[in-house]
Write a protein that binds this ligand. Structure first.
Ligand code: 5GP
Length: 203
């Protein structure tokens, strides 16, 4: 029996290592589909357009909003980020589990606008780790670092709105815990599917 895929939302404060964890998760679980976000942020040297993000001008991003092409969008650390809707919906319909690595505002929009979604929040082992990680990845200007650190506390305070909190101490262990959560969610009883199952079983 084919079911729709699950929408898996992964959030957490800047510096917690969401990108690295999602990368490890995708290696571990090639059956999962990672959504690539649209952003107005400047491309970092190591990033590739269409692989890490779709990079857009503000005008282009506004067009995506006006044409209702985004599932959610938010201004994060001074730039806009959003999830392309069509890609996500098509994959869910095909039965693929889709990973959204998005900020807490976007996650709350998804929560308000649909009755589905598995909400996972990543935490650092110690709050001081965030500053160390943001500074030592050497990708952001000092001004951006300060904005990101200032936002971290606000982001962590939204933890109660999530279904799961996972501590990212060791990347592979963290990715493996998320993988187990996804497996458990896939065993959840879905009454619509169960009714169909019983009807077929009794025929
Ligand atoms: P970064 O600039 O470090 O790649 O990402 C900054 C923040 O934007 C992170 O918290 C990341 O999760 C978030 N983000 C990335 N893509 C999206 C998206 O499509 N929607 C929202 N709301 N946030 C996103």
């Amino acid at each position: 029996m084919r079911r729709k895929g699950h929408l898996i939302i992964i959030s957490g404060p800047s510096g917690v290592g969401k990108g690295t964890v999602c990368e490890a998760l995708m290696k571990m679980r090639p059956d999962l589909t990672l959504s690539i976000s649209a952003t107005t942020r400047k491309k970092r040297e190591t990033e590739v357009n269409g692989e890490n993000y779709y990079f857009y001008s503000m005008d282009e991003f506004n067009d995506l909003i006006d044409n209702e092409e985004l599932l959610e969008f938010a201004q994060v650390h001074g730039n806009y980020y959003g999830t392309p809707k069509k890609f996500v919906m098509e994959n869910l319909e095909r039965g693929n589990d889709v990973i959204l690595e998005i900020d807490v505002q976007g996650a709350m929009q998804v929560k308000q606008n649909s009755d589905e979604g598995v909400f996972i929040f990543l935490l650092p082992p110690h709050v001081e780790d965030l500053e160390y990680r943001i500074r030592h990845r050497g990708q952001d200007a000092e001004e951006d670092i300060c904005i990101r650190l200032g936002n971290a506390e606000k982001e962590i305070s939204t933890l109660n709105d999530y279904d799961y909190a996972v501590i990212n101490d060791k990347v592979d262990e963290c990715a493996s815990t998320i993988s187990k959560i996804i497996d458990a969610e896939n065993q959840r009883i879905d009454m619509k599917l169960m009714n169909k199952y019983w009807r077929e079983f009794n025929d």
